[in-house]
Ligand binder design. Structure first.
Ligand code: NAD
Length: 278
């Protein structure tokens, strides 16, 4: 039976550690503050923003919410970001993506000061990660590294295969595994012999966005399988990119969906907010 990597438990441990740090910062007169901006009222974004606010409350981080109407212009949004960049009482700035189509997402990401870029999406943050310098790291892949480390799974020298090359998951995941001295292969939609490549992996990270695509035939006996995907099936139940029931008997360790990678993303966002003050 595979070791079940419990993201709910590990994310709670991280949030509780952060609670302590936030309290001691408060006693030094420093109040950690995150500004969260949502443009429009996409229901999924409203849920994500709500969860981020709840996590802030739990840890003791002050959150300032900007709920802007759909018709907000790019100029107006850039104006708010500029104000927040210059506000010493605000340590992290997060613009919930996606923004409405009339706003250029890249302009928004680029406008956030790298010192307050708690999502880790700014090109300066991405560049810092690639050259091994200090900077904010995209929260989902940073959370996966914590899951591995806190579950006692060694990365150094291991064959790590990442499926997916998105800017927010696949690419930073590959850079982080490399930073931990893994031997990293990145697969994507044009990869040939995907199964064979995946079968070499000691650690397989799956971020494809296709429900239950990865079955046992992609997995080496005893491998660690990290499932980033989140989907709702026809019965309204959550599932991942990995066919959990088929893969679990083959894997050495595996993350469930829900309760695996998902809770780690917010925990690492909170971690980045605290890091922004330290
Ligand atoms: P994306 O659509 O931006 O990227 C998907 C990647 O998968 C692409 O690089 C593509 O080349 C690759 N791909 C697509 N089809 C493939 C195939 N048949 N074979 C091999 N590679 C293939 O997605 P993303 O933003 O990286 O997200 C991936 C999944 O993770 C989604 O289900 C998303 O909802 C989920 N996600 C979860 C969290 C979390 O907190 N748990 C965070 C971000 C994303």
């Amino acid at each position: 039976m595979a070791q079940i990597i419990d993201g709910k438990l590990i994310s709670k441990q991280i949030k509780d550690e952060l609670k302590g740090k936030v309290e001691s910062l408060k006693s030094e007169g420093k109040e950690v503050c995150l500004a969260v901006i949502q443009v429009g009222c996409d229901p999924a974004s409203t849920v994500y923003v709500g969860n981020k606010k709840k996590a802030c409350e739990y840890i003791g981080i002050k959150s300032i919410a900007y709920e802007l109407p759909e018709e907000t212009t790019e100029e107006e949004l850039l104006g708010i970001i500029s104000k927040l960049n210059n506000d010493d009482n605000v340590h992290g700035i997060l613009v919930q993506l996606p923004v409405p189509k009339h706003i250029n997402e890249e302009h928004i990401i680029n406008a956030i000061s790298p010192a307050k870029d708690v999502d880790g999406f700014h090109p300066a943050s991405v560049g810092a990660l690639s050259i091994g310098k200090k900077g904010f790291v995209s929260c989902t892949p940073a959370g996966i590294i914590q899951l591995l480390k806190r579950s006692g799974i060694e990365i150094e020298g291991k064959d790590c295969v990442v499926i997916g090359r998105s800017n927010i998951v696949g690419k930073p995941m590959a850079m982080l595994l490399l930073r931990e001295n893994g031997t990293v292969t990145v697969c994507h939609s044009k990869t040939k012999n995907l199964k064979e490549v995946c079968k070499r992996a000691d650690i397989l990270v799956v971020a494809i966005g296709k429900p239950k695509m990865i079955d046992a035939s992609y997995v080496k006996e005893g491998a660690t399988v990290i499932d980033v995907g989140i989907h709702r099936n026809e019965n309204g139940k959550l599932c991942g990119d990995v066919d959990y029931d088929a893969v679990e008997p083959v894997a050495g360790a595996i993350t469930p969906v829900p309760g695996g990678v998902g809770p780690m993303t917010i925990a690492m966002l909170m971690n980045n907010c605290v890091e922004a003050v330290l």
